[in-house]
Design a protein around this ligand. Structure first.
Ligand code: 9UX
Length: 72
């Protein structure tokens, strides 16, 4: 069963940044649809919480050089 959350991504300045963040998030086991918006800096992520945690999602983004925080 999937759930969804939105992350605020820091440090994206170009379209390639968007692809880097999308690729990082989609590489996390359990992650499905990912939509990253450069203008808003937000990433909408669908994932299976039995396979991936918020910490996993944040780490994946940070590992490719961006910051990530839960968007409330
Ligand atoms: Mo968006 Mo970069 O730059 O090397 S992918 S600024």
């Amino acid at each position: 069963k999937k759930t969804a959350l939105t992350l605020f991504i820091g440090g994206m300045t170009c379209a390639a940044c968007v692809r880097h963040v999308e690729g990082a998030l989609k590489s996390v086991p359990g992650v499905g649809e990912v939509t990253v918006n450069l203008a808003t800096g937000k990433a909408a992520v669908e994932y299976d919480p039995s396979q991936a945690t918020l910490a996993d999602l944040k780490k994946a983004v940070e590992d490719v050089g961006y910051s990530a925080s839960l968007d409330v």
